[in-house]
Design a protein around this ligand. Sequence first.
Ligand SMILES: O=C(O)CCC(=O)C(=O)O
Length: 459
Amino acid sequence: MGFPSRGSPCERKYDPPCESWLPPRATALRDEGAGPGTRAGRGAGVSAHHRETQVARMRPNRAVWRPSPLSRVACAHPARRGCRCGTVGRRHEAPGMSSDVAETKDGVVLLDYAQLVAGADLSAAIERAYGHDGIGLLVVRGIPGLAELRDNLLPLGFRFAALPTEVKDRYVHARSSYSFGWSHGKELLRPGQFDEFKGSYYNNPQYDVPHTDAELIEKHPENYHPNVWPDADFPELRPAFMALGQRMVDVGVLVAGQCDKYVQAKLGSRLAPDAALAKTIRDSRTCKARLLYYFAINEDATPRTRDSWCGWHSDHGSLTALCPAMYFEAEPGAAEPARKDIPVPDPEAGLYVRTRSGEERKVVIPKDSLAFQIGESSQIVTGGLLRSTPHAVQALAHPASRNISRATFAVFMQPDNDMHLRPPEGVDPAEQKVGAFQPGMTFGDFAKATFAKFYNPYA
Ligand SMILES: O=C(O)CCC(=O)C(=O)O
């Protein structure tokens, strides 16, 4: 296995060999949005999907719709069939909210990167996306350099997955419960069914060596183990993975800063001191990035369920960044795709969220944008002011599915293991019915309990 052992590890973020091709960073970027921070990530145990799939299933009251006075009038938004918000026209109007929130053509809340950098107050958009009636997800567009970073990384998902099994197996890391390196066929799609058609490459997108404390690494290998890179067989993965991953965390900190503004205005001094989302993310050494590759399903002609490529789950960290997916066409066994970044030939395939009203909505992330999803840890520390949403990925239907595969990249921003998940003052921790959460838990406890309670085949 390729465990890096580079010098002065602990203090050193990954430095791309050459950043000259990246657009200049706004100086505000790293300092913006100081405040709360959390992150939602993989890695506090076994594949989060195992437990997340089951967590989602075990939370019947997630899908509660609170009707507002407006809910009697049918919404005419083309992307919101069945919505009862009362809006007639292009913009969706969530109950009790102003209409000055931009949306994608599918009705997903849309923020401009430039507005984020300028520090505009985007609280209305945050409430629309992450509040009680939101879908737990928003999109940020206009991110400089994103298209190129995406183009550099996602095809590597295809190429790595096409390597011989014995090569990929060198980078499987059982000791961290597959939270670093290559993982395929280890996670549950749904109870009893492993992820045959999904492979993942996990690593920390910020720190190759997040900690040098041997005891801590031994105790929490799923978070603090050094990154596992296939440098000997596939050296191109590391720079492309780290460059896109760091960019996504940077934008995540800006989104988190907006969440903090909104939450602070609503909860003020009731918030626990370490509930600040942007700070949590900035301080965290356990962010986890995942290059996902969904294999083509060539032969199976059974109808595709929503969770046919990725099971229903909610992310248990603080905030997840998602890259627009890329589809490939290739003959079985090909080392390179014949065509890449093609339009998906089955419009039903892709990412879905389950709304509070129980509706399953397809979410398309525009190519120049990133999506950001709220995780369960943020839901806990804000007493449910920000809410996570179950999501899943549907595979292409047969025969359109033949030779068509999909890659994407997710960055799970999550608190450090020892951060306490404290609901706001006045919110009874025992009333926080969020996954495996129990009062008094740290994030590390929460993550471990989540895995242990719902599924841990590696224990
Ligand atoms: O593939 C996607 O679009 C979503 C992936 C995802 O939800 C996850 O990795 O947790």
